[in-house]
Write a protein that binds this ligand. Structure first.
Ligand code: COI
Length: 355
């Protein structure tokens, strides 16, 4: 009835009002965690399907000391973003790709995973409930972090008896403190990111903490991030700790082929498709470090990172510089990607999910 719908409107939290923004300094967003209003939680026990999930107030979660994730690292995560268009609509970017990647990763980590629909629905619900945290157009985006973990307790090594899927969000700007300035990468020769037959090709939480030592060392020396080589010969470029890598030579753009040690990035794939559409030759293959040294241009891609131009790489004590600035291939591809993500360029590829 009319009375009950107006009562519903009165009770509707103000977060659903379009003109309502969280009280934030929108001009100075970095990449940090900010407590927002809601997070999504969904559980699955003892081989059953995931039960109906729900939004909860954002906050701490309870885990037993013997939770599989805490002791044996059984978890995978995802990252995706939503942008606010000028007309106020919210644009998600290929969220089903993240759902598919989580499924693939969960299978490798012996975990059940939400269906594609459950995943995308959870992302949509979490974004809508936190709408006031989506930055104004041009000021950044709302980063979405879906996480799937073995939350049940287990003492001997084995798959956890219960799993929790959760989604939280945080408004973000640039990932690197350099902002849009070109990155200076350090080519790591002591540590590896991933090995053959391991988990480098999925978004397992266990891929990240082992990289902190090299990352901290590189950051202390003034570098932006670490570029890893293959673990067999330490000869071919693989991946940066937070993103994928591309090299440009003439009209050819190359990136390491996805072979089990490279994360199949959604931004990586999208940049490949945009580059092909723009008439570049794109190669996914093995790339010796010598070829990177000889490249015209180098750039990184990732959901958090976006498309970041690389100004230099330092390998065996030698600093090699690359072309940067407005007239670069990375800038051209980046403009198209951002245009599509923010609704300013036509979405020919059908990548945007509007909510
Ligand atoms: C992302 O790009 O979404 C990631 O998950 C990378 C992470 C190191 C922030």
């Amino acid at each position: 009835s009319q009375a009950s719908s107006s009562l519903q409107q009165m009770c509707e939290p103000s977060i659903y009002r379009d003109d309502d923004y969280a009280d934030l300094d929108w001009d100075n967003l970095g990449f940090g965690i900010m407590p927002t209003d809601y997070m999504y939680l969904m559980k699955c026990s003892n081989g059953e399907d995931f039960e109906q999930g729900q939004l909860n107030r954002y906050g701490n979660i309870e885990l037993g000391p013997a939770a599989g994730v805490l002791n044996y690292g059984q978890a995978v995560y995802e990252g995706t973003k939503v942008h606010r268009k000028e007309d106020g609509r919210l644009l998600l970017f290929r969220p089903e790709q993240n759902a598919i990647r989580m499924k693939f990763g969960a299978e490798r980590m012996s975990m059940p995973s939400p269906s594609i629909d459950q995943f995308v629905d959870a992302v949509k619900q979490t974004v809508l409930a936190n709408k006031r945290w989506v930055p104004p157009p041009g000021k950044g985006s709302l980063y979405i972090r879906p996480l799937l973990m073995g939350s049940g307790q287990i003492l001997g090594l084995g798959a956890a008896p219960e799993y929790t899927f959760l989604v939280y969000v945080s408004p973000v700007g640039n990932y690197f403190k350099e902002g849009f300035a070109p990155l200076n990468l350090y080519v790591e020769k002591e540590f590896d990111r991933a090995s053959r037959g391991g988990t480098g090709g999925i978004k397992s939480i266990t891929n990240y903490a082992p990289g902190l030592k090299a990352l901290t060392k590189a950051k202390n020396r003034g570098f932006s991030d670490v570029l890893y080589l293959d673990s067999v010969n330490r000869k071919n470029i693989e991946e940066v700790s937070s993103c994928n890598i591309f090299i440009v030579k003439g009209n050819a753009i190359s990136t390491p082929a996805v072979n089990g040690t490279i994360l199949p990035g959604v931004t990586r794939r999208s940049i490949i498709e945009i580059a092909l559409d723009h008439g570049y030759q794109v190669e996914e293959r093995v790339i010796p470090i010598d070829e990177l040294i000889d490249a015209d241009e180098v750039f990184c891609t990732g959901t958090a990172v976006g498309v970041a131009s690389v100004g230099s790489t330092t390998y065996e004590g030698k600093r090699i510089k690359f072309k940067t600035g407005a007239q670069t291939v990375s800038q051209e591809l980046y403009s198209t990607l951002v245009g599509i993500k923010t609704g300013l360029i036509e979405d020919k590829m059908d990548w945007i999910v509007e909510i």
